[in-house]
Design a protein around this ligand. Structure first.
Ligand SMILES: Nc1ncnc2c1ncn2[C@@H]1O[C@H](COP(=O)(O)OP(=O)(O)OP(=O)(O)O)[C@@H](O)[C@H]1O
Ligand SMILES: [Mg+2]
Length: 122
């Protein structure tokens, strides 16, 4: 299993979420992040304005997937998160040792599989 951690612009999240859902990846987490990249947060130009700040807000998207799905998930994030301007963000891919569904105690790849439509969403 892999964990994708992507720092993206807020406006990129909804199209990424929609396409991941469409492609069979409904399960993910987002966190509000603040950080800086190689511009050190000092000056960043975006849509015509110049901002001088130490850290900028980003969405951190976290999604744990099977190894074989890394390509499609990374491509989906790149497709919607890239504007070509500095500050588009970054994607990290981490190994995941174990996953356990709390309700059932299942572990391994079963935890990442989709459930039947009859089950309640969470
Ligand atoms: N090495 C890193 N470790 C942890 N978080 C990072 C790292 N690099 C970037 N981030 C996070 O990603 C956000 C966006 O980074 P950013 O897109 O500015 O990267 P960059 O390397 O400066 O690329 P660019 O030149 O395109 O701006 C940062 O604000 C920070 O939250
Ligand atoms: Mg940057």
């Amino acid at each position: 299993m892999k964990k994708i951690e992507a720092f993206i612009r807020h406006e990129a999240f909804e199209p990424i979420r929609a396409e991941l859902l469409d492609k069979g990846f409904p399960s993910l987490s987002i966190l509000e992040a603040k950080g800086s990249g190689r511009q050190k947060g000092i000056v960043e130009r975006y849509r015509g304005s110049t901002l001088t700040v130490n850290v900028r807000p980003k969405v951190k998207l976290e999604i744990v997937i099977e190894d074989k799905d890394k390509g499609v998930v990374v491509e989906t994030i790149l497709k919607h998160a890239r504007t070509g301007e500095v500050g588009d963000g970054k994607i990290f891919v981490l190994p995941v040792e174990e996953a356990i569904r709390i309700r059932t105690g299942e572990d391994g790849l079963e935890v990442l599989q989709l459930h039947g439509e009859s089950e309640m969403p969470s």
